[in-house]
Design a protein around this ligand. Structure first.
Ligand code: SF4
Length: 341
């Protein structure tokens, strides 16, 4: 059979060594053969590359088995036309007993165009693929650990998953920490809910009622679910109810900056595109003695008074309360202008 590549290399890659054969010869003549062995350290692989270049090699064939071929491939791919063969197909050919024979065989097959090239994505895609595979593995590990914890909670008859829509959200994790610390009462647990707590019962009973299993309650950060499900909503921040009203009022006329931040963090389907709001800073540290407004460090309209004086629950109108010094002040209504929403 007539050759189609005049200068070709065949590489048999092992864990410790790489055996390479170069075949050089015009299509109609018998090729001259030279074989060398290199160790798989980078310095020697670069020497392999230099040797191929010195021999005028244009194509290099190798088998794609395991992972050992990868570093060799990476160091050669920008200088040669790489032919990565399916190891299964090549191995089906009898008569190969040694690494030297393997490399000769690979070079000979490639010289005659008999190796079907496996597709190897370009380097940037390979990097991205590695990253995504690693990410998926991490996600799977995380899910497995979470499931293990949920099972443990169920085994211990701790019904956290029934009262928190996301046991591993901010509220759920605070509750888990409280469980680990020990001595948490149902009321203290309920007070750890961050975000929105809603239900169809008066707010002072929300936490206790749920944890005793005597009322339906929803704990969530999902504003859509809350709007659909609840008659009344209490917005909770750092273990305190900061605003409470019927669902329509909370969505149409919120009077607390935290509630307004939550509303501005949700994309709308109508109107011009706008930047979604995110709160700067970290959640309030509940371990110290709280002084002033717990939301002050993250509130875009905070003033000195907010850090000095703890705001009371102010009645905005019957059935609507807000824990903000400025709940009845027009400044509270200008929140969107301040944050540029
Ligand atoms: S009391 Fe001050 S810091 Fe707290 S929410 Fe109102 S404006 Fe913001």
């Amino acid at each position: 059979m007539e050759a189609i590549v005049e200068r070709v290399g065949g590489v048999d890659v092992g864990q410790a060594t790489v055996v390479a054969t170069v075949l050089v010869g015009a299509a109609h003549e018998r090729a001259r053969k030279e074989t060398r062995t290199f160790r798989t350290v980078t310095r020697e692989l670069l020497a392999l590359r230099e040797w191929f270049l010195a021999k005028g090699v244009t194509h290099v064939a190798m088998e794609g088995t395991g992972i050992y071929w990868r570093p060799v491939y990476e160091l050669l791919e920008d200088a040669f036309d790489m032919i990565l063969g399916n190891a299964h197909h090549i191995k089906n050919v009898p008569g190969r007993k040694t690494d030297v024979k393997d490399s000769e065989w690979l070079a000979d097959l490639a010289r005659h165009g008999l190796i079907a090239k496996s597709f190897v994505p370009p380097k940037p895609f390979r990097r991205l693929r590695e990253l995504l595979r690693y990410r998926r593995k991490l996600m799977e590990s995380r899910t497995a650990e979470r499931n293990r914890l949920l099972k443990l909670l169920e085994t211990a008859n701790i019904k956290l998953a029934r009262v928190a829509s996301n046991v591993f959200g901010v509220s759920g994790r605070l509750m888990l920490q409280a469980l680990l610390d020990g001595g948490a009462t149902p009321a203290a647990m309920a007070a750890l809910a961050q975000g929105i707590v809603g239900g169809s019962m008066p707010w002072p009973l929300i936490g206790v009622g749920v944890l005793l299993g005597i009322a339906m309650i929803l704990v969530s950060h999902d504003l859509g679910v809350m709007a659909e499900t609840c008659d009344r909503i209490a917005v909770v921040y750092a273990g305190q109810i900061v605003e409470e009203a019927d669902t329509k009022t909370i969505y149409d006329a919120p009077r607390h900056p935290y509630t307004r931040s939550l509303m501005l963090s949700v994309p709308t389907l109508e109107g011009p595109r706008r930047r979604l709001m995110s709160l700067p800073g970290a959640p309030f540290d509940l371990r110290g003695e709280p002084v002033g407004c717990r939301f002050a460090e993250r509130c875009p309209i905070a003033e000195d008074k907010c850090r000095r004086e703890t705001p009371p629950l102010v009645v905005v109108r019957p059935g609507h309360v807000s824990r903000c010094h400025f709940a009845l002040d027009p400044r509270a209504m200008q929140f969107e202008a301040v944050v540029g929403a």
